[in-house]
Design a binder for this molecule. Structure first.
Ligand code: ATP
Ligand code: MG
Length: 771
């Protein structure tokens, strides 16, 4: 162990006092690999944070420690806590992607890269792929940039170079991906740019092929700690393996039940196979939950047991039982938004909770619109944690393109974005000529613009415009040494962007305010650390994830996706739109493994709740411009049937006007007040006319109305039965497959054609039974 002579100052007992014996064992673990495999809320993140502080207190050099978190937000939080415990340390606490970017810049020379590379985001990537498809003469409707991009991303995650990928591609689609991958890769390198995957792929390849570099970094990062290890992908796995060979004091923590990024290439096997990869690893499990009530844990635990591919593990807690988990049924998505917001307001007015104690989770961001209006209407402060929306505005993207091109003159994509913005009389034809000239000489578009007088095909206004643009960008380069906010102001002024917006209408004034906001952001960024450059600022913007924009200090309700909620906790949680097609997402319905990932996502959401958990669904939802009858999420059927654990509150149909609703509005629990309407149904979900096709639902009339219940939820449907459906009329059951919540049946209707229903949810009258 490398020890610092002056160290060992930390107070060891302070670091361990409020930890259980198992947690302490993990914190003080000496050398060699350590796996902490533990359930949600058991203190994994707390332990890993403490361990960083503990290592420092034991005299391990800060420079020998590397802690990796899943988001920049989490890194910031860990940084803050470690600083509290051991002030003034300089431990590297970062995400995989930021670490990758740092390594690439630091070792640019050795990797034959230019350290001023631009990081392209998914929008940039797709644009480049679209160009590549055009160049290859392929149809970009059939082969969407998204699909091809996904294929390339997969290849990079597997550390396959274009050549190697080509050699392994068997079917036509992969061959197309391989072809585009090669062109795309050359374009990226020519533009001195990297994509997100490159931030892992390039360092991982470098460590594979450059033993000297590998050994150097291995001995620098002797103690590596990784949170949320269940969501690492293959490239990250390879990176870590190579950094932890000579010094294998590698501590990973995670929970396989919370692996939710399989769709993005993360591999749950990395954590499951840890003991195989590091046979000498110490394994510690933590089985006490400090976050949630027993009811919340029972509900979440019961749900996740429906996953076949998992290791059994139990969740115990000493917390008081608390309220039952509520399943709330609403008529419409609008009611859901309205009533949830109203209820939150009530809780706060009654002094039972603060706004910031509440979180609302959604499967997809698109569902947040009706919530926004409800918040505004009731005057409830909220923040929608959506991250990049601000930087995705056209004016901000334009400004970013200017800044990127300034830092990296080879960035042709950014060049094309701003060369005629504000207009400089440069048309598409001139750009084609410029591209041809640049291509012939293998120079950047900006360099070509400097040569414009040598390109006879470009004349008049266009030629003058290109010359001016080249002069502008060259002139601005001398400002690069200045703090980022100063450079940004200069760019806005000199480019003519400010003048253009100033002369415009009201919308333009707002755009101007937006880009000026960027100056403020850069100012704050530089204030935190005066050595930060414009390049650092751009990197931070590009690598920000949704949750990084979240301000947990504000007293307001947080709205975020389930994915963004990972690792966080809130006293009161509402999960909205728990309906088939949304959660589980319609894309996942065909494959069991994907449904399992959706179930884990649901589990992650539920286990964020400390005191109270509300699972909501609406019978009718407007989505993608259509009003659709929904089917409640199959996950709602997978919760325990114990009434003390789960309470069903139906605020739909006639209940929407009765005593149940009054009780709910007053902030009580209808059950606790003993009051349902005589029409109210308790103890089971009320369902709705079934959905067609296993997709999101079937478009039906947009007016909600009381839903008729079938007399018996346990009806045994059989093929051959003649049935009647409220909307579709008469039909015959032609096929039944699957079991339990997955049981589906096909019905051929006399007039409406063939539809598929979830058997448990179908509301049908049986007209005749086959012999
Ligand atoms: N020994 C303990 N005593 C009291 N509170 C604890 C203890 N250990 C953890 N906690 C608290 O329990 C909560 C959950 O801890 P933490 O976030 O570290 O769990 P986790 O295992 O990382 O959860 P997740 O799987 O959701 O990431 C936190 O509020 C934490 O401060
Ligand atoms: Mg955690």
């Amino acid at each position: 162990m490398a020890r610092e002579s002056s160290a060992a100052s930390g107070d060891e007992s302070k670091l361990l006092a409020d930890l259980t014996a198992d947690q302490q064992a993990a914190v003080v673990h000496g050398t060699g690999p350590l796996l902490i495999l533990a359930a949600a809320g058991s203190g994994k993140t707390r332990v890993i944070t403490r361990r960083v502080a503990y290592l420092l207190s034991q005299g391990i050099r800060a420079s020998n420690i590397l802690a990796i978190t899943f988001t920049n937000k989490a890194a910031g939080e860990m940084r803050r806590r470690v600083d509290q415990l051991v002030p003034g340390n300089r431990v590297t606490i970062t995400t995989f992607h930021s670490l990758g970017a740092r390594l690439l810049r630091q070792y640019a020379d050795r990797l034959k890269m230019d350290p001023n590379f631009t990081i392209y985001d998914t929008t940039d990537r797709n644009k480049l792929i679209k160009d590549a498809l055009d160049l290859a003469g392929l149809d970009n409707v059939k082969f969407t940039p998204d699909r091809i991009g996904g294929g390339i991303s997969k290849a990079k995650n597997q550390l396959l170079t274009p050549d190697r990928f080509q050699a392994t591609s068997a079917d036509y689609f992969t061959q197309v991906v391989a072809r585009i991958y090669a062109i795309y890769e050359k374009r990226l390198r020519d533009a001195n740019a990297v994509d997100f995957d490159d931030l892992l792929y390039l360092p991982a390849l470098a460590l594979k092929h450059d033993e000297e570099l590998r050994a150097e970094l291995d001995s620098r990062y002797q103690y590596i700690l990784i949170d949320e290890y269940q969501d690492t992908n293959h490239a990250q796995y390879e990176l870590v393996r190579r950094l932890a060979r000579d010094y294998d004091h590698l501590c990973v923590v995670g929970d396989p039940d919370q692996s939710i990024y399989g769709w993005r290439g993360s591999n749950i096997r990395n954590i499951l196979d840890f003991e195989r990869d590091y046979p000498e690893a110490t394994v510690i499990t933590l089985d006490r939950n400090y976050r949630s009530t027993p009811n919340i844990l029972a509900a979440a635990g019961h749900l996740i047991e429906h996953n076949v591919h998992r290791k059994q593990k139990s969740l115990l807690t000493d917390n008081p039982p608390g309220d039952p988990v509520r399943i709330l049924t609403f008529d419409t998505g609008l009611d859901e938004a309205e009533l949830v917001v109203e209820r939150i307001r009530r809780e706060v007015l009654d002094g039972k909770a603060r706004y910031r104690d509440h979180a609302i989770f959604l499967r997809i961001n698109a569902l947040s619109r009706s919530l926004e209006s409800a918040f505004v209407k009731h005057g409830v402060p909220f923040q929608i944690v959506k991250g990049l929306a601000f930087f995705d505005r056209k004016e901000n993207r334009d400004l970013l393109a200017y800044l990127r091109l300034l830092v990296n003159p080879q960035d042709d994509l950014s060049f094309q974005r701003v060369v005629n913005e504000p207009p400089r009389g440069i048309g598409a034809k001139s750009i084609e000529h410029l591209k041809a000239y640049a291509e012939d000489r293998q120079i950047s578009l900006l360099a070509a613009a400097g040569d414009v007088l040598k390109i006879p095909a470009i004349k008049g206004k266009a030629a003058a415009g290109l010359r001016d643009f080249h002069q502008l960008m060259t002139g601005l380069r001398s400002w690069l040494e200045q703090p980022p906010d100063v450079v940004i102001r200069e760019v806005i002024d000199r480019s003519g962007y400010r003048a253009m917006l100033k002369a415009g209408d009201e919308d333009d004034q707002e755009r101007l305010a937006n880009i000026e906001e960027m100056i403020t952001a850069a100012q704050q960024f530089a204030q935190e650390d005066p050595t930060r450059t414009l390049g650092n600022f751009l990197e931070q913007i590009t690598l920000a994830s949704d949750v990084d924009s979240w301000d947990e200090q504000q007293d307001c309700v947080s709205v975020m996706t389930l994915h963004a909620a990972k690792g966080l906790e809130f006293p009161i949680v509402y999960m909205l739109a728990m309906e088939q097609g949304l959660l589980p997402h319609e894309r996942s319905l065909a494959k069991d493994e994907e449904i399992e990932e959706e179930r884990r996502l649901c589990f992650v959401g539920m286990t964020r709740a400390m005191r109270q958990l509300n699972l909501c669904h609406a019978k009718l939802r407007e989505f993608r411009g259509q009003a659709l009858y929904t089917v409640p999420s199959m996950f709602l059927d997978e919760l325990p049937k114990v009434p003390t654990t789960i309470e069903r509150v139906d605020l739909s149909g006639r209940n929407a006007y009765g005593a149940a609703m009054d009780a709910w509005r007053r902030g009580g629990s209808p059950a606790a007040e003993g009051g349902w309407d005589d029409t109210g149904v308790r103890g089971r979900s009320s369902g709705s006319p079934g959905a067609g096709g296993g997709g999101y639902g079937s478009p039906i009339r947009p007016t909600p109305r009381p839903v008729v219940h079938s007399d018996d939820d346990e009806v045994q449907y059989r093929p051959g039965m003649i049935v009647e459906h409220e909307t579709y009329g008469r039909g015959k059951i032609t096929d039944i497959s699957g079991y339990g919540a997955m049981r589906r049946m096909k019905i051929r209707f006399v007039t409406a054609g063939e539809k598929v229903f979830v058997a448990q949810k179908a509301k049908l009258r049986i007209l005749s039974v086959p012999d």
